[in-house]
Design a protein around this ligand. Sequence first.
Ligand SMILES: Cc1ncc(COP(=O)(O)O)c(C=O)c1O
Length: 410
Amino acid sequence: MLSLDDRIRAAAAAPAYIYDGETVRNACARLKRDFPDVGFLYSVKTNPFAPVLREAAAQGFGADAASAGEVEKSLEAGFAPEDVYYSAPGKTDEDIERALGKCRIIADSLTELDRLERIASARGLTLSVGLRIHPDFGIFSEAGGSSKFGIGEGDLPEAARRLREHAHLRAVGFHMHLQSQLLDVQALARYYAKSFQCFERASELFGITPEYLNFGSGIGVVYDAASEREMDTAALGRGFALEVERRPRFASTRLLIETGRFVVCRAGFYVTPVVDVKSSRGTTYVMVRNGANGFMRGAVANLVLSNNPNARDLQEPFYTGKRSFKLLAMKADGRFLAEDPETVDVVGNLCTALDVVAKGVQLPAVRPGDFILITNAGSYAATLSPVRFSSLKPSAELYLERPGGKMLEA
Ligand SMILES: Cc1ncc(COP(=O)(O)O)c(C=O)c1O
């Protein structure tokens, strides 16, 4: 949690996201300690705020970029081109040309391989490419489902054939990702083991010792301490190390895991002022500035749950679950309020009834001029919010280097 002094400064800048650098560094340190054989990639899409990217680069992470724009942001933040992995479905020629020479490109389909060959050939280049594989298994099932991502495992022989024909392409790595936000060590350990086997089959087929194998994301965070248990990353790391030990053929291969959420989710807080409090037919509305257009997760959760109260959690990244963030009431002097709790709807100031931050929550009595602080707002929060809606001034973003320290604006 932010210190009193930092909360006062956050309130003065509100509506604003504040990301706590110390929490980011601790998360990175924990992953590096628990997975000594692994290189981590920070998933830029989670939170592309430049100071967060710079911190991830400074911690020795590479970048998982999901667009040419994210490739460029990563380079600007200090990631070396060889540490930036660009993997996304539906890349256009323009995306590919923009990314060439700036990163490692991971092909997402058979046609993309053809397109990469055409572009490389026109430029007289030999391009090292990775392939994203959609495996024949699921996280919780033996059989794989259909997916818009990657090259189906069954299509790998055809991919290998095309690569033999494509004189300007060289396969150098493989990527896989099925699901993020897992807290089940067994499920993720099983996924790693099966991924290793799939990567072995692919390496045989392509006749290569891969330069890198990217296992994608999966390590989750606890959003609600009352109902979830922290993942034992040390145990997961030990399991991963055993899989590595069994595979001398990958001794020179860079083993990569992606994560954005684990690094930054809990480091983020959204602080926004209460602008009005009103009552209508028995409902008290606490209205804040930049609700859905600052922090959209609440509106999506409300929409999902009002249409289906038993909705499946983990419709990521838009809807994580019923209790994926907490609201705290705060005075401008940083003190938390605790008195006179009542049941209220916290809403935003957009001209739509869907602009809901949280419905029917218990909150201490607040007045205009007080603040609402939202936790777990570091990942898939600012980046998912429709900031252009209604032409309201967007919320600020600040990076707190250390408690009481400088707050960076970009
Ligand atoms: C391919 C890929 N890598 C990484 C991530 C990021 O995962 P996380 O939610 O753990 O930050 C995602 C998220 O969906 C993803 O699709």
